[in-house]
Design a protein around this ligand. Structure first.
Ligand code: HEM
Ligand SMILES: *[C@@H]1O[C@H](CO)[C@@H](O)[C@H](O)[C@H]1NC(C)=O
Ligand SMILES: *[C@@H]1O[C@H](CO)[C@@H](O)[C@H](O)[C@H]1NC(C)=O
Ligand SMILES: *[C@@H]1O[C@H](CO)[C@@H](O)[C@H](O)[C@H]1NC(C)=O
Ligand SMILES: *[C@@H]1O[C@H](CO)[C@@H](O)[C@H](O)[C@H]1NC(C)=O
Ligand SMILES: *[C@@H]1O[C@H](CO)[C@@H](O)[C@H](O)[C@H]1NC(C)=O
Ligand SMILES: *[C@@H]1O[C@H](CO)[C@@H](O)[C@H](O)[C@H]1NC(C)=O
Ligand SMILES: CC(=O)N[C@H]1CO[C@H](CO)[C@@H](O)[C@@H]1O
Length: 328
């Protein structure tokens, strides 16, 4: 009798242990611990994003870069300080990330309301969604309960975040490393329907494609290339000009990014790579034949999946007090 009672106690201890360390993301995770958390985020986004609507794109991209390195744990926000390794922020793909101060402002409102409760990782995920919604794009579910990581390394960002020069095979590999399939790749690339790029992300296609100056990427529509060279990236050295990835429609979350792909006007090699695989190409065609509503619904599904990548929950990680530094 005593033996089996002991086993029962052990069993419940085990359950409690599993429950505390293997928590899952859930809708409204903060409904008891910080009931206004999601409203604070949403109100701030709604009242401030119109001052800088381009931040919606920047923070959507930040969420992607966060999730692809060590999971969605806000490691992308950590500053390099003396005594730490070089963080993700220093990696080439991150040099063009923006919106860190916006995240910090939202976080300080949350700290004022409920100190030490809401993670920076959830702040990124919520702001990314609310920013896209506030600028007329799709909505998606953001279950919460992510915890913040304590490690951030430049090399891991370099190795895991796809480059604009990536070919289809590399894109598939990097997405599949994160548990994302071909459909997710095609849908999430659709985020390039909003936002802008700096010339160095693609000007090799205009000026130095084969490594010989003067060569151009034959996969890029030559008329469009000529316009980009004449009006946008006038030389290989231009590192300041911004170019819409979905020209004429870069503030509007719509299907026209995919029509540009079919016109061979995808801005990056990674965009045009989506037309080099017949399965991916047929997905692009299906999206274009469907309604905007169905694109939004499919995009939402892939975003929710991306937001779950290798999340830290339960007792893993911490709730950072300041998003740019680990708790001391
Ligand atoms: C498929 C692989 C991808 C590659 C190679 C890629 C690459 C890039 C590059 C090079 C830029 C421009 C950076 C600059 O020059 O300033 C960019 C911008 C952007 N990317 Fe991606 N990206 C990919 C997937 C994604 C995904 C999955 C998302 C989000 C779900 C995303 C969202 C964005 C957004 C919104 C921008 C515009 C940012 C702004 O306006 O500040 N990208 N991407
Ligand atoms: C720096 O990175 C190395 C190797 O990845 C790791 O062993 C070390 O703990 C890290 N140090 C700090 C302070 O993050
Ligand atoms: C894709 O890019 C990788 C890495 O640059 C390269 O090793 C591979 O050969 C390329 N694959 C194709 C099919 O071009
Ligand atoms: C042109 O491309 C080659 C190969 O990628 C590179 O080594 C070279 O530095 C580039 N030239 C310039 C002027 O950027
Ligand atoms: C852009 O190029 C200039 C001149 O080549 C250089 O001084 C500057 O550091 C570059 N800026 C960035 C953001 O790379
Ligand atoms: C397209 O990509 C998928 C997934 O990587 C692959 O299984 C398929 O063989 C590719 N199709 C072609 C025609 O290369
Ligand atoms: C992190 O670095 C940014 C600039 O790179 C700076 O503005 C910010 O104050 C830093 N945050 C902290 C908490 O040190
Ligand atoms: C936002 C940010 O920290 N960007 C940095 C990315 O890395 C470059 C150097 O590689 C820095 O100059 C940027 O400040």
């Amino acid at each position: 009798m005593r033996g089996s009672g002991y086993l029962v106690v052990m069993f419940f201890c085990f359950l409690a242990f599993m429950g505390s360390t293997e928590g899952k993301l859930q809708m409204g995770f903060y409904s008891k611990s910080c009931p206004n958390a999601e409203k604070i985020v949403q109100d701030y986004v709604n009242s401030h994003i119109h001052n800088a609507p381009s931040l919606a794109a920047s923070i959507l991209r930040m969420h992607f870069h966060d999730c692809f390195v060590r999971g969605c744990d806000s490691s992308v926000l950590l500053n390099t300080t003396s005594g730490t390794n070089q963080t993700e922020k220093l990696a080439v793909p991150n040099t063009t990330l923006r919106g860190f101060d916006f995240i910090d402002r939202v976080k300080s409102l949350l700290e004022a309301a409920c100190p030490g409760v809401v993670s920076c990782a959830d702040v990124i995920a919520l702001v990314a969604r609310d920013g896209v919604v506030a600028t007329g794009g799709p909505s998606w579910k953001v279950p919460t309960g992510r915890r913040d990581g304590t490690v951030s390394r430049t090399s891991e960002a370099t190795n895991n975040i796809p480059a604009p020069t990536s070919n289809f095979t590399t894109l598939r590999r990097l997405f599949s490393n994160q548990g994302l399939n071909l459909k997710d790749l095609v849908l999430l690339s659709g985020a390039h329907t909003i936002g802008v790029a700096h010339c160095p992300s693609f000007s090799n296609r205009l000026y130095n494609f084969t490594g010989v100056l003067g060569t151009q990427d034959p996969a890029l529509d030559s008329e469009y290339a000529a316009v980009l060279k004449a009006r946008k990236c006038r030389s290989l050295n231009d590192n300041t000009t911004l170019v819409e990835m979905d020209p004429g429609s870069s503030m509007k979350f719509d299907l026209s990014y995919y029509s540009q792909l079919l016109k061979r006007r995808g801005l990056f090699q990674s965009d045009s790579a989506l037309t080099t695989n017949s399965t991916a190409l047929s997905l692009v065609n299906q999206l274009l034949q469907g309604s905007l509503k169905s694109f939004f619904a499919e995009f939402a599904r892939s975003m929710e999946k991306m937001g779950r990548i290798k999340v830290k929950t339960g007792k893993v990680g911490e709730i950072r007090k300041q998003c740019a530094v680990v708790n001391g």
